[in-house]
Design a protein around this ligand. Structure first.
Ligand SMILES: [Zn+2]
Length: 363
């Protein structure tokens, strides 16, 4: 194996499941934040609600890394160009409530004329440095410069494929309020964001955004951009507007938190869940295909969109396997599975909207 390829895999693994060897040169966490008083912060780190080993097969990170490096990865990266629709976000009709997916876990919403971004990554890579973990061909058709003024930015956690320094730096003048997990605000302050615009939440904390209610809910995952792990909180969000209840799942393995969130906040008009970059080796921190279906039932979801796929390769499954399996499982279970291409408008007010299975026929 070539040295460069080895280093690349090392970096990818670090973001998914193993200790990172790449220090984040762009952010030094401050220690003054209130995460240390959280009931979820114990023994010097945030803890999941149930035991969550990051690795399930090899206990030694080095052996796990080697096993992954030499595992089969047929079609893990697409040869084909990933299709997209170029929607002008500056020209949207403010009276239409819409959602747009930008690939992987980045989303835009316009609801009641308010604009929301979730985990924006427009740099073309999901890594500490630009030559690692490059986005698939065709998935970088949207840039930070194309974004309108953003009223609310939601950050589910601080991993590189969700919190991107280059994107945040470019968006900074156009972002209003930012809501994120405990400790994540320290990255933003290091990047010269105004602390008064940042609100950090702990699990089960609720805040108002105008007449909307936003609750930070648990996820089963981990955090960190350098060697230090779990010093910032990972979370999901329940967004309750006057018209819709939306679950924004972030990254999460399966766990009892889904049923708890479903009981407390469900049913949901729309849920954004992760489906992709799964692997038996790290099945506690990312959901396997059958687990997503159980999460949908637990949450009581009317319409599902599953992301965390089609842009970055962080595991070894065929790139289109998440969509194929999800489409098949949703047909069996009778779940409305939304499959827009990157940039395609999803109308939140329409109970039925047809989408193509855009991945079919691509290699
Ligand atoms: Zn993550």
């Amino acid at each position: 194996m070539k040295r460069r390829q080895f280093i690349k895999y090392l970096s990818i693994l670090s973001m998914v499941s193993l200790s990172s060897f790449v220090a984040d040169k762009k952010s030094k966490k401050k220690s003054k934040h209130r995460q240390f008083n959280s009931p979820n912060f114990k023994n010097g780190a945030f803890q999941n609600q149930i035991p969550t080993p990051q690795l399930t097969i090899e206990k030694n990170p080095f052996f796990a890394m080697m096993a992954f490096v030499f595992s089969k990865k047929e079609r893990a990266t697409p040869i084909s160009l990933i299709p997209s629709v170029q929607t002008d976000l500056l020209q949207l009709n403010p009276s239409e409530d819409v959602m747009i997916w930008f690939g992987h876990s980045s989303y835009f919403f316009q609801i009641d004329g308010k604009r929301i971004l979730v985990d924006p990554v427009f740099s073309g890579y999901g890594a500490p440095v630009s030559f690692m973990n490059k986005a698939f061909k065709g998935t970088s058709t949207y840039t930070a410069a194309m974004m309108p003024n953003i009223d609310l930015l939601l950050l589910t956690h601080d991993h590189y494929d969700h919190l991107d320094y280059d994107t945040m730096k470019k968006l900074r003048p156009r972002i209003g309020k930012i809501i994120c997990g405990l400790g994540v605000g320290a990255h933003l302050e290091d990047w010269c964001f105004d602390a008064t615009n940042i609100q950090e939440l702990d699990w089960e904390e609720t805040t108002q955004f105008g007449d909307w209610k936003l609750t930070a809910t648990p996820a089963r995952h981990f955090s960190g951009r350098g060697i230090q792990r779990n010093n910032t909180l990972w979370l999901s969000f329940v967004l309750a507007t006057n018209k819709y209840k939306i679950f924004i799942g972030g990254d999460s393995g399966y766990g009892p938190h889904f049923a708890n969130i479903g009981a407390a906040h469900g049913p949901f008009d729309l849920a954004l869940l992760e489906q992709g970059q799964y692997n038996k080796r790290w099945c506690h921190i990312h959901m396997m295909p059958t687990e997503v279906m159980q999460a949908v039932k637990d949450l009581k979801v009317k319409r599902l969109f599953a992301g965390h796929n089609s842009k970055f390769k962080l595991s070894d499954h065929p790139w289109d396997e998440p969509m194929l399996k999800l489409a098949e499982n949703c047909k069996i279970e009778g779940i409305q599975n939304l499959t827009p291409t990157i940039g395609e408008l999803v109308y939140l007010g329409r109970s039925k909207q047809e989408f193509s299975e855009w991945w079919r026929g691509l290699n």
